[in-house]
Design a protein. Structure first.
Length: 319
């Protein structure tokens, strides 16, 4: 199926939803709306599951000793409640493993260097998914380096794909928008994952953070490398830089913030994505990709100012 047909398929599905159907489980060609929920912020009951197809719970960490074991999950009761609430509404839940972690990826680097620790890691993740009733694993080893690190990353993802797919679970990964850091993800990973969440944000402070042009460049980069369009999920931030301010905080300071991309706070212009930009990016993803991903759900505003609501409207063909 080509890109145009994928976009049309997503729009037709959206018209059916607007006719009165609510989202159920995502199908292979469905336009995905993926939201990260964190262990440390937000409440499960405030998540608008009706706008989502997948939720990624952040973060589970590999043990820094690199033997494939896992550190205890933060806020396990929240994860249990999230899974129950999401599954009741037909939304899949994945555990996000890794994350920024202050730039420390030593746990990944060490475990991925040895086949036996990779196997232990895969087995431990399977057991974790069994315990919490999860639908898959999202690997957030964000910065593997080219060379040996990249080869080890590919080997790890291959084993995880076998382990997850054999049990009907998803394997996904979060990757940076483009080179030079993206060069550490080998092309072989495209065949292992169900989709890649492309972090087309943090391009810099100020206007370089996450403009529409960066979304285009990120898709150009990954699709140009051979990532199938249906496996590309375009990342959208719910925060602004500099100051790392949540979108909802910006809305509380400026009631016009939803229609803009910059708000001045204490004399500093904070750049983010308002409703027109997130809807433009969603339409871009409808045309060229397989979905959108947001970091993160608790940073959104409520009501008509909601970015997630705006994404859903654009994705489903609503005005």
């Amino acid at each position: 199926m080509n890109r145009k047909h994928l976009a049309l398929s997503g729009m037709m599905a959206g018209l059916l939803l607007l006719a009165g159907c609510r989202p159920s489980g995502p199908s292979p060609q469905e336009f995905r709306i993926v939201g990260y929920a964190t262990a440390w912020s937000g409440r499960t009951r405030e998540i608008p599951f009706e706008y989502l197809t997948h939720v990624h719970y952040a973060f589970l960490l590999p043990h820094p000793r690199g033997d494939g074991s896992l550190l205890p999950i933060q806020n396990p009761d929240k994860l249990k409640n999230l899974v129950a609430a999401a599954h009741e509404r037909g939304v899949k839940v994945l555990i996000a493993v890794g994350g920024w972690n202050e730039g420390n990826d030593l746990g990944f680097e060490t475990l991925a260097a040895r086949p036996e620790s990779i196997r232990a890691f895969a087995a431990n993740l399977t057991a974790f998914c069994d315990e919490y009733g999860l639908d898959g694993v999202d690997i957030d080893w964000e910065y593997p380096d080219p060379g040996e690190s990249a080869r080890n990353y590919g080997a790890m993802m291959g084993v995880l794909a076998e382990e997850m797919h054999a049990r009907g679970r998803l394997l996904t990964a979060a990757v940076v928008g483009k080179e030079p850091l993206a060069a550490g993800v080998p092309d072989e990973v495209f065949g292992y994952v169900d989709y890649l969440g492309i972090m087309a944000y943090d391009g810099g402070d100020g206007p370089a953070h996450s403009p529409y042009a960066y979304a285009v460049e990120a898709l150009d980069y990954w699709l140009g490398r051979g990532l199938p369009p249906e496996k590309a999920v375009l990342g959208i931030p719910f925060y602004g830089r500099p100051k790392w301010m949540e979108y909802r905080a910006l809305v509380s300071l400026d009631p016009d913030a939803p229609q803009k991309d910059v708000v001045t706070v204490d004399g500093v212009p904070v750049h983010y994505n308002g409703i027109p930009t997130v809807q433009a990016k969603t339409r871009l993803a409808l045309e060229r990709a397989g979905g959108v991903m947001v970091w993160e759900l608790s940073q959104d505003a409520k009501g008509e100012a909601s970015l997630l609501g705006a994404i859903y409207q654009a994705a489903r063909g609503a005005p």
